[in-house]
Design a protein around this ligand. Structure first.
Ligand SMILES: CC(C)(COP(=O)(O)OP(=O)(O)OC[C@H]1O[C@@H](n2cnc3c(N)ncnc32)[C@H](O)[C@@H]1OP(=O)(O)O)[C@@H](O)C(=O)NCCC(=O)NCCS
Length: 396
């Protein structure tokens, strides 16, 4: 398999657990695992961390910037630095939010404690937040094909692109309806911003309820996704308004935690993921610039390398069926328990999220032919991308 090259979603991890200056420096160094600090760097960082100044973040940011300019860095090192440095930027919005700051001391004893003043529902305003004149809030009935199509149009034109703007995620209508309507979903958490003469959708954000276990503690949370602002309204601080409005709506339901993933690095990730790809059509992937043909490798050899056998070698592999829901739920939750933070799925959620739907979600089980026991399970979802600059190939 091949590590994703296009960085559509490669978060970086920042460890916010250090206590002493040495630990902070070591944590920063670990984040930059391609880049080691020399004695002079460590002295400078010690000075910064121990200065007690208000602008520690800014100083670390400048230090990292200098480092990037002064040292001869290779590609990987530059990439690492590019992932960590943004955490030490000034964040007009996120710096005011209940999230850990990049250099903040978070020790074991802080875990499971509130990061914000605890509030009650009656302290949360009932009315939606103010929004710039000419625009208004609009709930989206995602189960309605017409309304879902409006979200689809917004996303297909304006959602996440890779770093080189060659591909853009093209989540399909059926996919959005599947992803946003799990059991117990809240219609009020799927909304956007409309405006103009035609009441066009200019922004969207979504939340769904999830059962999360963090450090053994169960919490009902919101999972936020599909944040998108139309390209014509970018950098006007509409995203923070959408985020604050979804927060208000979640809080009004007496929920006080949320999770999300992002392709950019903002304060402060608690986990990182790497996307891996198994090429199925290597010729096309090279043609559209998704993959590079390895040096001195003719296309014919590359194609042969990725050729799939006509039949699977796994005995008992078959698509998941309704009758498998209980055992898959059990196995999945047992598997997920190894992680300090994980989602817990009930049977209704497993049925919703994992029963196969063509071009949305595919799931397979392995049934032992001798015992009829389900021994294994895997799944994947279908997500095309628009190919933005190619004469013939339009969809990846
Ligand atoms: C993400 C997006 C909505 C941000 O809107 P924008 O017009 O670029 O930015 P705004 O001026 O409205 O807001 C900027 C603030 O939003 C934050 N922000 C930007 N992208 C964010 C994200 N993915 N998640 C959370 N916050 C984000 C910025 O950090 C900044 O806050 P800060 O000053 O505290 O750092 C917009 O760029 C977009 O639609 N991009 C394509 C889709 C996308 O990437 N969606 C997010 C998927 S993870």
């Amino acid at each position: 398999m091949e590590e994703e090259k296009k960085g559509q979603n490669d978060n970086s991890q920042i460890n916010s657990s250090p206590g002493t200056t040495q630990e902070k420096i070591r944590a920063l160094e670990e984040q930059l695992d391609q880049l080691k600090f020399d004695h002079e760097d460590k002295e400078k960082l010690t000075e910064i961390f121990e200065s007690g100044a208000d602008n520690v973040n800014e100083q670390v940011h400048n230090f990292l910037k200098d480092m990037g300019e002064k040292k001869k860095l290779n590609h990987m090192q530059k990439k690492q630095l590019g992932k960590i440095a943004p955490l030490y930027d000034t964040h007009d919005f996120w710096d005011s939010q209940p999230v850990p700051k990049a250099h903040e001391k978070v020790t074991e004893s802080d875990l499971d404690k509130p990061i914000d003043v605890e509030k009650t529902v009656d302290q949360i305003r009932e009315e939606p937040l103010d929004i710039p004149p000419g625009f208004y809030w609009s709930n989206i009935n995602i189960e309605n094909d017409e309304e879902c199509k409006e979200v689809y149009e917004l996303l297909t034109q304006n959602y996440v692109e890779d770093d080189d703007n060659m591909f853009r995620f093209d989540y399909q209508v059926k996919f959005l309806q599947w992803a946003l309507t799990p059991p117990g979903y809240n219609k009020d958490w799927l909304f956007g911003v409309r405006g103009g003469k035609k009441n066009k959708l200019f922004g969207f954000i979504s939340g769904i309820p999830v059962d999360v276990t963090a450090n053994g503690k169960h919490m009902k949370m919101a999972e936020i996704n599909f944040l998108c602002v139309h390209k014509s309204l970018r950098t006007k601080r509409l995203a923070p308004v959408l985020i604050k409005e979804v927060t208000r709506r979640v809080n009004r339901c007496d929920m006080w935690q949320a999770i999300y993933t992002a392709g950019i690095v903002i304060p402060t990730p608690i986990a990182v993921t790497t996307y891996w790809h198994r090429s199925l059509n290597p010729k096309k992937l090279v043609e559209v610039g998704f993959s590079a043909l390895p040096k001195d490798t003719p296309m014919s050899r590359f194609v042969k390398l990725y050729k799939l056998p006509a039949e699977t070698s796994i005995v008992g592999l078959r698509p998941m069926e309704k009758k498998d829901v209980p055992v898959v739920t059990k196995k999945l939750n047992t598997f997920l328990q190894q992680f300090k933070m994980h989602i817990q799925f009930n049977e209704a959620e497993v049925a919703h999220f994992l029963l196969p739907q063509e071009w949305v979600i595919e799931s397979f089980v392995v049934e032992d032919p001798k015992t009829d026991e389900i021994t294994d399970f895997f799944s994947f979802y279908s997500l095309p991308s628009s190919i933005l600059r190619h004469d013939t190939h339009k969809t990846l």
